[in-house]
Design a binder for this molecule. Structure first.
Ligand code: KIV
Length: 265
């Protein structure tokens, strides 16, 4: 497989080819995913929950993210490496510049941040300074305490319209990818159709341009619980490498996520 770049992912969207992505936090798993042909690896701040055993992602620090980004980078040859900006490390544009630099210097090729139109100036500034950005809308776990729990977003027409507006503003600011988490399938489809950049869904239905799963969910080893939108591919295949290959194949052929992993409304 050739090196995956943001332009390659954009081309895949234009050609209707599905993008498969997954989280990883260390070199060994990153290598398995890279060799299986995963298009992008996210060092998610989900590491707070799946590695550290925290109740949410808020305690994760920029040092944690930089450390795990270095680990993943050492295992990867071709896959695009995206690293999460943790809670309150991009509350101001200046903070975002300082902290995104740490992740890029640790080996990320793109940083991800959660939020809507309030991020427009920050994204514009980062991209102008050479840092590619992946935006994240829908259920943005760093705001779990504002939302009052982990739940489906964009259920009313008004909320859906607002999310589409936010997505367009983030794209116009220069975001080169969007993660869309826990939204009804029709909204996942609408956002993907309205944007030119790849939209990667998690619990956003089958019509997004690609999918992402937290690796611990895909292997059925998450400490807390198995979200409805995930699938235990290890249980189905009995082998780590076969599990990843089957996930990539099912994303490619539109077989994952099925209706049982999606939200109708
Ligand atoms: O932190 C993470 O793993 C994420 C994914 C769930 C998209 O943001």
């Amino acid at each position: 497989m050739a090196k995956i770049t943001t332009s390659k992912l954009l081309k895949m969207k234009q050609q209707g080819e599905k993008i498969s992505t997954i989280t990883a936090y260390d070199a060994s798993f990153a290598k398995i995913f890279d060799q299986a042909g995963i298009h992008a690896i996210l060092i998610g701040d989900s590491l707070g929950m799946v590695l550290q055993g925290q109740d949410d992602t808020l305690p994760v620090s920029i040092e944690d993210m930089a450390y795990h980004t270095q680990c993943v980078r050492r295992g990867v040859e071709n896959t695009l490496v995206i690293s999460d900006m943790p809670f309150m490390t991009y509350a101001t544009t200046e903070q975002a510049y300082t902290n995104a630099t740490k992740l890029m210097q640790a080996g990320a090729s793109m940083v991800k941040m959660e939020g809507g139109a309030w991020l427009v100036d920050t994204i514009k500034g980062l991209v102008e300074r050479g840092i590619p950005v992946c935006a994240h809308l829908g259920l943005t776990p760093q705001s779990v305490h504002v939302f009052g729990g982990f739940k489906v977003h964009g259920k009313t027409q008004e909320q859906a319209n607002k999310m589409i507006e936010n997505a367009k503003a983030l794209e116009a600011a220069g975001a080169q990818m969007l993660v869309l988490e826990c939204v009804p399938t029709p909204l996942g489809k609408a956002v993907s159709e309205r944007l030119s950049i790849p939209v990667i869904g998690i619990g956003a239905g089958v019509h997004t341009d690609g999918q992402i799963l937290v690796m611990h969910d895909m292997f059925g080893v998450s400490a807390n619980y198995m979200p409805k939108f995930s699938k235990n591919y290890l249980a189905e295949t009995g082998d780590l490498r076969k599990a990843v290959t089957l996930y990539i194949e099912q994303v490619k052929n539109g077989l994952f996520p099925g209706p049982e992993h999606s939200f109708d409304k």
